[in-house]
Design a binder for this molecule. Structure first.
Ligand SMILES: C[S@@+](CC[C@H](N)C(=O)[O-])C[C@H]1O[C@@H](n2cnc3c(N)ncnc32)[C@H](O)[C@@H]1O
Length: 338
């Protein structure tokens, strides 16, 4: 599977991440959610090797690196090449290895780095405020940029192309399934009606179209009516739930016994999968019976933390006779692909 996905690792000449002049433009704006909780529960210690599977603006990576240095290492992954470039600039000097990769390919990344198992893995799902604020990528409905929505602009199809080509019923199902949007049929019909004359190409056009499908009373809601449709399209173009499912299946084998695995999710489609995996996987013991959520101070300072839920599990000893009921020990089998 890795063969058709991007994987670039810095340092040691493995595969250098190129520098892009636009990355020097701004400072990162994303504020990490549940930062102190993630540190408290992952318990990073000096000399450990820990993975941040979703680098973003690097807040979690920085906090992890400060605790494992000088002899430990953070392996930081992101699908988005601009996140990698910006964070590698901002976090220079800390013991962090950066890789442009999907977290579901962590086994291959570790294999390239000749790392057997790690002490902790963190996944902070979804998108960052920096991606949201980038007008060229279409994540925010208030930006007039092209409706792209890909984390890695070189992988897969942009969302506008999906809207231009997908059959009406498939579009409706996608918006319903990944956005839990009850007006999905109406929205899909409108997109299809409109596209013969002028297909939806920008984020604002889609936001206006969804808005027009809603009754006036619902438009006064604090949450923009297009939020669920944008979420659905983003999940679809990035195949987000599949990456999460693969990572939940594969990551336990990459953890040392006693190692910790934390996932911060932002909607029920993700949280349900994390909860189910943590409870049913014989390689794991769930440490958080209830998901951890942001406290009042964090909620006041960072509205993005509103929907964040963190669950943490710990790798336990392999069951006797080595029988793994869930997932294959792929990290032990270099060269094997799923
Ligand atoms: C919520 S942000 C992470 C923020 C980060 N924890 C921080 O403190 O700044 C999520 C990041 O994960 C990346 N991402 C999403 N899905 C991914 C995947 N399957 N593999 C690797 N990175 C992913 C996104 O590109 C985005 O930069």
């Amino acid at each position: 599977m890795l063969a058709d996905r991007a994987l670039r690792i810095d340092g040691d000449g493995i595969l250098p991440v190129s520098h892009h002049p636009s990355d020097d433009r701004d400072a990162a704006i994303h504020v990490s959610v549940l930062l102190s909780e993630a540190i408290e529960w992952l318990q990073p210690q000096p000399a450990q090797i820990v993975v941040d599977g979703t680098l973003g603006a690097g807040g979690h990576s920085r906090a992890l690196a400060e605790r494992i240095q000088p002899d430990g290492q953070v392996i930081a992954l992101d699908r988005d090449p601009s996140a990698i470039r910006r964070a590698s600039r901002d976090l220079a000097g800390l013991p962090i290895r950066f890789a442009q990769a999907n977290f579901c390919d962590l086994a291959e990344v570790l294999e390239l780095l000749q790392i057997d198992r790690v002490d902790a893995v963190l996944l902070d799902l979804g998108l960052s405020s920096d991606q949201l604020a980038d007008a060229d990528r279409g994540f925010s409905y208030s930006c007039d940029g092209p409706l792209d929505l890909r984390f890695d602009p070189d992988e897969g199809e942009p969302a506008w192309r999906l809207l231009a080509g997908l059959q009406e019923d498939r579009l409706a199902n996608l918006i319903y399934e990944f956005g839990e949007e009850r007006l999905s049929r109406r929205i899909a019909r409108k997109i299809v009606e409109r596209r013969t004359a002028s297909p939806v190409r920008t984020a604002t056009e889609l936001a206006d179209l969804v808005w027009s499908c809603y009754p006036a009373s619902a438009r006064r809601n604090r949450i923009h009516p297009a939020t669920r449709t944008f979420q659905a399209l983003r999940i679809a173009v990035n195949d987000e739930l599949k990456s999460l499912e693969i990572a939940l299946r594969r990551t336990p084998d990459l953890l040392k016994v006693g190692g910790r695995f934390a996932v911060i999710s932002f909607h029920s489609l993700e949280d349900r999968r994390v909860k189910q995996a943590f409870r049913s996987d014989p390689r794991l013991r769930e440490l958080t019976r209830k998901p951890l959520v942001a406290g009042e101070a964090e909620l006041a300072a960072n509205p993005r933390a509103r929907s964040a839920k963190m669950r943490v599990a710990q790798r336990i000893d392999a069951p006797p006779d080595g029988a793994m009921a869930v997932g294959e020990p792929v990290a032990r089998r270099p060269g094997k692909r799923r």
